[in-house]
Design a protein around this ligand. Structure first.
Ligand SMILES: [Zn+2]
Length: 372
């Protein structure tokens, strides 16, 4: 999950498999704070060590926690690459990370795989910590280290369990959306259901937080309520709009466009497109794009003219209509202007580009009609 606290630029840390890894400044206070929490709880469990050892373990634990979160995001990013969606970067925020994807996966199976590997990675990382404790330290005198390893095991299992809860914006919400999308062939309806499920989870967290309060479990109660409110807030604001559920009326294309655009990579084989993308998305044209740059449109009508036995050896880029000015529209275009453009371009829809020329959405005449 992603939380934007302050709009400062994250700082670059390193590249892993060519993917830039950045951390948000909100991580800076986490390091001393988490180290302090560990350093003050360890002496109660394992007393009698010199103070510097507790603090050293505290900082090592925090670094391992950071690496654990990174492992979770890296799993998303690498699977996104395998599925043909290049990954822009990984940014680690205070409560987790975010692997930014280049657009919405074009097929439910891709979305499912990209979403599910994050919690799976956290589960495996947690298991490794438990196994390391069991096999390396069992019966030795490294009691404090063992305590730390089990703590990291628990935290990672918790991350896995929490993120797989079936509601947006959590990974489990994407898994749920992928399944509904596959079953009903309707991406928008699947998104709406997954957002509703997210609200139910938020509500459940707030209610259970109040319940913890009644039993004087203050910390658990506060956390439960805060996380529930954050989820509800994310769904209700900017990110909710990104899921195409909330539309704010302001009069430009940006307010009514679809933000989750199914983009076809230029190198995708026509056969795969027909089997996986077309079977799950009922549109008549599909943007072909790489790195959020529009290369052209794959038109269903024109594709029908391609003989079936040529499907396995042709790529999307071989069959698309190359990009021209009629296919795209600026995100700042007013609804009135957009209506005449869309009515006149022969497509009835257009790819929406931001001021830098990156794809930010897709808009059709029905989107405009419904919102005016
Ligand atoms: Zn995740």
């Amino acid at each position: 999950m992603k939380i934007k606290l302050i709009d400062t630029k994250p700082f670059h840390i390193c590249r892993i498999f060519g993917i830039p890894v950045r951390a948000h400044y909100s991580w800076l206070p986490v390091f001393p704070l988490y180290a302090w929490v560990i350093a003050s709880y360890l002496p109660r469990e394992v007393p009698g060590l010199p103070l510097y050892q507790y603090w050293t373990l505290g900082f090592i634990t925090t670094i391992l926690l950071f690496i654990s979160v990174l492992g979770h995001e890296l799993a998303h990013a690498l699977m996104a690459r395998v599925e043909g969606l290049g990954t822009g970067n990984i940014t680690l925020y205070i409560f987790g990370g975010l692997a930014s994807l280049e657009g919405q996966p074009a097929r439910p199976s891709s979305e499912f795989k990209i979403a599910v590997v994050g919690p799976a990675a956290s589960f495996i990382i947690g298991t490794i910590f438990f196994l390391a404790d069991h096999y390396l330290l069992f019966g030795t005198s490294y009691l404090a280290t063992g305590q730390v390893l089990r703590h990291l095991g628990l935290v990672n299992w918790f991350l896995a369990g929490f993120n797989i809860l079936p509601g947006l914006p959590l990974d489990g919400g994407r898994v749920l959306r992928a399944i509904l999308w596959k079953l009903n062939k309707n991406f928008r309806a699947a998104t709406a259901s997954a957002v509703r499920a997210g609200f139910m989870i938020a509500l459940a967290l707030v209610v259970s937080g109040i319940y913890f309060f009644l039993y004087r479990e203050w910390i658990t109660g506060v956390w439960s309520i805060i996380v529930g409110l954050i989820i509800a807030f994310m769904l209700g604001t900017a990110d909710g709009r990104a899921y195409g559920v909330w539309k704010v009326k302001r009069g430009t294309i940006e307010d009514v466009m679809n933000r989750d655009v199914v983009l076809v990579p230029p190198e995708m084989m026509v056969k795969d497109f027909i089997d996986d993308v077309l079977a799950n998305n009922h549109h008549t044209s599909f943007p072909v794009a790489r790195d959020k740059r529009l290369h052209g449109l794959l038109m269903l009508e024109e594709l029908k003219a391609v003989p079936r036995d040529e499907w396995p050896r042709l790529k999307a880029s071989d069959c698309m209509r190359p990009v021209d000015a009629s296919m795209f529209i600026s995100s700042t275009t007013t609804l009135a202007q957009a209506q005449s453009i869309l009515a006149g371009n022969g497509l009835g829809r257009a790819v929406v580009l931001d001021s830098k020329g990156f794809i930010v959405g897709l808009v059709s005449l029905s989107d405009i009609g419904a919102k005016r």
